[in-house]
Design a protein around this ligand. Structure first.
Ligand SMILES: *Cc1c(COP(=O)(O)O)cnc(C)c1O
Length: 393
């Protein structure tokens, strides 16, 4: 169907941070499959481990024990605040699992009959019906009503707005069972979470026995320079969803939970493909490669270099650009509201300069390169952004 508005580019192959189109033209890929190809394209470790996995076994059902799944679960638990994992195939599915878990928690632990989950305005949680209902952006809801009930919205980073939504939801007694929130809003415009807001939010959740669930689909797996976005905020969620960067470009998602929230029992939830040997081997390879190459400090360093240089660009183009927002290797270059330029238009200009970037809303240019990017490649991004800006001014 006509589901996607596609750019006039067919990518045929890739190596590291670079891709080539069917005509042999080379581009720097600062999209990375939308923050998924963490190790870049055609990574040697992934090629080796996945070739071996293809030769061994590709898919078995969760009717059986799956050693590759146990190995990945063990790694994730050892490297996060969580104690248990449920595996699925995408970010939306991980959030679906989180929503079902929150509702089971409401019914079984809190005796709430009509549970409400609070989520943020300008959030993004995916496109399945419950995930899109949880998404605080009306444009994603249009024509898909009736939505799944039981979601109420508050303004991100605004504690007063959170309290107002909480109190409205609880007007006839307890009903709020969970908060689902991104530690940095990605799709909604690259808004990092504020430490003070999140600390107050955490306190309130503990006090009211509300599950605090993070959507780490875009921020997780090293994107911000820490393994998990919550580490930037000095708090731990009760559960968090991951996907995008987890498989290094292969389809896998997970819901990670602490023991006290690990309420699913046999029969509650399942996925045919979730946690299969191939996907789990991909994710385990990504995780252990990031560790072996000690990429996290590098993501921080290169991310702050990129951010500092983007700020200089903002100073050089004050009529077009407003500011830079982001953490590590998820950065948003924000276009001024009163500039004629839009992010989608800029994407085309960048493409002409052989640079792939994407939008996060109408006025934010999102830069999410592979985590392996080096300083020369960052300089290439900066030079091409500048060239594209010169072409539109
Ligand atoms: C991309 C994204 C999702 C949806 O993930 P899919 O794999 O496309 O279902 C959910 N939440 C956040 C924060 C995302 O960035």
């Amino acid at each position: 169907m006509d589901t996607y508005k596609r750019l006039p580019l067919a990518i045929q192959r890739g190596k590291g941070c670079w891709v080539w189109d069917t005509k042999g033209k080379r581009y720097l890929d600062a999209v990375a499959g939308i923050a998924t190809c963490s190790l870049g394209h055609s990574n040697n470790a992934l090629r080796r481990s996945l070739t071996a996995q293809l030769n061994q076994i590709q898919h078995v059902s969760n009717l059986y024990e799956i050693p590759e799944q146990e190995q990945l679960a063990r790694w994730l638990v050892d490297h996060s605040c969580a104690d248990k994992a449920f595996f699925c195939n995408s970010g939306a599915e991980a959030n679906e699992a989180a929503i079902k878990l929150a509702r089971k928690y409401a019914h079984c632990e809190r005796r709430i009959n009509r549970p409400v989950i609070l989520t943020a305005k300008a959030s993004f949680h995916g496109r399945t019906l419950a995930a899109v209902s949880a998404t605080g952006q009306p444009n994603y809801h249009k024509n898909f009503e009736p939505l799944v009930e039981g979601f109420k919205f508050f303004s991100y980073n605004n504690y007063q707005s959170f309290i107002t939504s909480f109190e409205q939801a609880e007007i006839n007694g307890p009903s709020v069972c969970a908060v689902l929130i991104e530690p940095l809003q990605g799709e909604g415009g690259i808004h990092p979470g504020e430490v003070i807001f999140f600390q107050k939010l955490k306190e309130k959740c503990v006090k009211e026995k509300i599950l605090l669930i993070f959507d780490e689909v875009q921020t997780g797996m090293g994107r911000t320079g820490n393994w998990w976005g919550y580490e930037n905020l000095g708090i731990e969620p009760d559960a968090f969803s991951i996907a995008k960067g987890l498989g290094g470009g292969h389809a896998i998602g997970a819901l990670m939970v602490k023991n006290h929230a690990a309420l699913f029992e046999p029969g509650d939830h399942a996925s045919t493909f979730g946690g299969n040997p191939f996907a789990c081997k991909a994710a385990y390879t990504v995780a252990t490669e990031i560790e072996r190459r000690n990429l996290l400090p590098q993501v921080k360093q290169r991310g702050s270099y990129l951010k500092d240089e983007l700020k200089k660009l903002v100073n050089r183009f004050p009529k077009q650009l407003k500011e830079v927002r982001g953490l590590g290797l998820i950065q948003g270059l924000v276009i001024r509201d009163d500039a004629a330029l839009t992010a989608p238009a800029f994407i085309h200009l960048a493409l002409k300069e052989r640079l792939l970037v994407l939008a996060a809303g109408p006025k934010v240019i999102r830069i999410v390169p592979p985590l392996i990017i080096n300083n020369n490649e960052i300089n290439y991004i900066l030079a091409k952004l500048e060239a594209a800006l010169n072409n539109c001014s």
